[in-house]
Design a protein around this ligand. Structure first.
Ligand code: C5P
Length: 239
């Protein structure tokens, strides 16, 4: 592969800075030692976090590539940085839930960790100013965010990711409770899984101890974030 040079800063998000590169079809993700919750209202510097989100995300994207889930990941560059394909991002976030937790548990007042059959899929508009309002299929179509065929493709990719990640975390004694994904189109108009896959955007619960091993420890001040992220990475490395 031709050596790719880091270019201009394109955008700084809540947990990553995104840079252009010498290749117009490739972008450079730099993970940040920063955690946010409540749509950015709670924010802390957490030394070492970037290492874990980058390592875990690289591991999970590589795993999904091996299982033929089309995605943006190209390669990990360093402890905190990775290269991914530059995509035209879809302005919709897709949440998949295997068990009741978080906003679903609060909204419907059901027991925490109640298994959900069938699994639940939800869509949210990516819009911080509006606090990411929820969307159904007709709303997505009427707002011009996606057509019916695309929505089916979103659901299919979310389902595929869920199947593979449930199986993976099952091997290390962890229940994948829920997760959020983002999707985008590459230059050839292939729909690819994008963004990040880490305990920042999924809930992971130890099956034996019922301990949270994800960003809930930061959201709820119940533990040390890097300790639980390190636990996830250590267990993934045993696979
Ligand atoms: O808060 P809620 O229960 O709706 O979140 C469901 C899942 O989606 C959680 O794993 C959460 O970390 C993730 N999520 C996310 N980014 C958002 C909203 C939710 O990663 N903007």
């Amino acid at each position: 592969m031709v050596k790719i040079e880091q270019g201009d800063l394109l955008i700084t998000g809540k947990a990553k800075a995104v840079y252009a590169t010498s290749d117009p079809e490739v972008i450079w993700l730099h993970h940040l030692d920063q955690a946010t919750a409540l749509n950015g209202k709670k924010k802390s510097k957490i030394v070492g976090k970037a290492y874990y989100t980058n390592a875990i995300s690289s591991f999970l994207f590589t795993y999904l590539s091996q299982h033929h889930v089309p995605n943006h990941f190209i390669q990990q560059l360093s402890d905190t940085d990775s290269l991914v394909k530059r995509l035209e991002m879809i302005k919709v976030e897709i949440v998949t839930r295997n068990f009741a937790a978080g906003s679903f548990q609060r909204k419907y007042d059901v027991p925490q960790m109640q298994p959900l059959k069938p699994i639940v899929q939800e869509f949210y508009l990516k819009n911080d100013a509006l606090d990411d309002p929820s969307l159904n299929a007709s709303q997505m179509i009427a707002l011009g965010l996606a057509n019916e065929t695309e929505i089916q493709a979103f659901q299919q990719i979310a389902q595929q990711v869920n199947t593979h990640l449930v199986e993976l975390f099952d091997q290390i004694g962890i229940d994948l409770v829920d997760f959020k994904i983002e999707l985008g189109y590459d230059a050839q108009h292939n729909l690819l899984l994008a963004d990040e896959l880490s305990p920042d955007n999924m809930r992971l619960v130890d099956r034996q101890t019922h301990q949270s091993l994800d960003k809930d420890v930061f959201r709820q001040n119940t533990g040390d974030l890097t300790t639980v992220y390190a636990e996830i990475l250590d267990r993934l490395k045993t696979i």
